[in-house]
Design a protein around this ligand. Sequence first.
Ligand code: ATP
Ligand code: MG
Length: 566
Amino acid sequence: MEDNKSQGTEPETGKTPEKRNFIREIIDEDLKSGKYETVHTRFPPEPNGYLHIGHAKSICLNFGTAKDYKGVCNLRFDDTNPTKEDIEYVESIQENIRWLGFDWDNRLYYASDYFEKLYEYAIILIRKGKAYVDDLNAEEIRHHRGTLTEPGKDSPYRNRTVEENLDLFERMRKGEFPDGSKTLRAKVDMSSPNINMRDPVMYRILHATHHRTADKWCIYPMYDWAHGQSDSMEGITHSICTLEFEDHRPLYNWFVEQLGIFHPRQIEFARLNLTYTVMSKRRLLQLVQENLVGGWDDPRMPTISGLRRRGYTPESIRLFADRIGVSKADSVIDVSVLEDCLRSDLNKRAQRVMAVLHPLKLVIENYPDRQVEELEAVNNPEDESMGTRKIPFSKVLYIEREDFMENPPKKYFRLSPGAEVRLRYAYIIKCTGVVKDPKMGEIVELHCTYDPETKSGSPASQRKVKGTIHWVSAQHAVDAEARVYDRLFNVPDPGGDNWKESLNPSSLEVVKGCKVEPGLAAAKAQDRFQFERLGYYCVDNDSKPGNLVFNRTVTLRDTWAKINKG
Ligand code: ATP
Ligand code: MG
């Protein structure tokens, strides 16, 4: 555990440091200088996939910063790519943001709401001689663009007259030209050292049905044209985006200056990368489409829907965002930091229960046959207000198969022939015999005696015994299935073209025939527990009364760190 100290956490106090960061410094300056009077941010997802933990960082940053400054944050769908987008994504994104604990009130926008306005803006640029219709195809445009060391070449159509451009652009909109045959380009500077400034394409022709505007449009704005103007129209003061847009900033500035419209300030930060995780939406889509996982909400996915089904809490994800902070330099965060945030949240709030994943029958020979005792168990030693519950104890129990060894090595503190252990919340027992399957030789039953003087809480129960194990009463236990998840990839950096080769073949183990304490029969989807000694578990969405299914959310400790240390 010592080695897993979360980054950005004060080692002594475990507290998250105050949320100072370079973005807040810029905002403070802007408010002080009067550049802006309020803070207005936005979260601008493209609805072409489910949100992942990287998006969560951006959501916490945009909504969180606005909130702390008593400003507001918009949700805006950047829906300029009709062929890749879908209403299913629009819905899941809204649901996930709400679940994370943020709200956009009535400020839900779509770039597609601005198509008409963007078209008008484009006409303004054409009129100013700052945009032109080009007949070069995509391939030729690429060719003319030059390289980092060579300037670009002007398109032969660059000097069309304003009238000709207005006419052609209108006819592009009317659908007179086939896909890819023409574009509208900004007329900036073909020899700029910044390639983004070399007459970027503003519109392309695409006869495609849009999930919101249907067939109204057959020209669609490029992201670089739509994004900055959308920010401006919404009065966004601080447009926070990831580092790859740093080189696009001069273009965004150029557009708003040419148009003479409200000028947001763009601030870039480093995107989140996590070890043992792929984060690209394209790859996540591939995992789903190729059935390498059960869907976008597979509990092994780094999507918000997946983390949620896995048993993550919104609080743990927000804590994670706070702990990692924001920076200007790309880095990779160890996934154990995320898991640690989850543990520290669940430790405070998850009810402790007893569950046996691999049951071994145990008979207490000197316990009265029909007797049942209701023993008191603590729900959460971290939080007295969570109270206690009664659990039934009887002659026949199940214990974890792993908690018994016939020929134990030294320092094995669990049960073995002749040895004593404490049964959690119950009595001290001693193993007196082993019953084996006559054919297979497998141990099928243990025989024990209990010491009636050692009931939990009594003075005699204080007697020193090395081990304490968990158990459930056989006649009262409820059957359950446990889905024991592990990391989806077994290397820290599953990048490169062969990324699928590092999929962890044992990322899911389905354990049927588990036995859990009777109180769990009524557990509902998403309820979270700590199975004592085993890990944190939550009830899966597939779970039904009579057919309980639990997901392992996270282990009690970082077992990977131990393995890696050898
Ligand atoms: P793509 O460009 O492949 O569609 P994207 O990651 O840019 O993927 P968007 O839907 O455009 O996806 O992302 C919405 C917002 O989330 C953007 O503002 C982006 O900066 C932010 N974001 C995306 N991925 C991360 C990440 N890994 N870390 C932090 N922020 C991210
Ligand atoms: Mg994007």
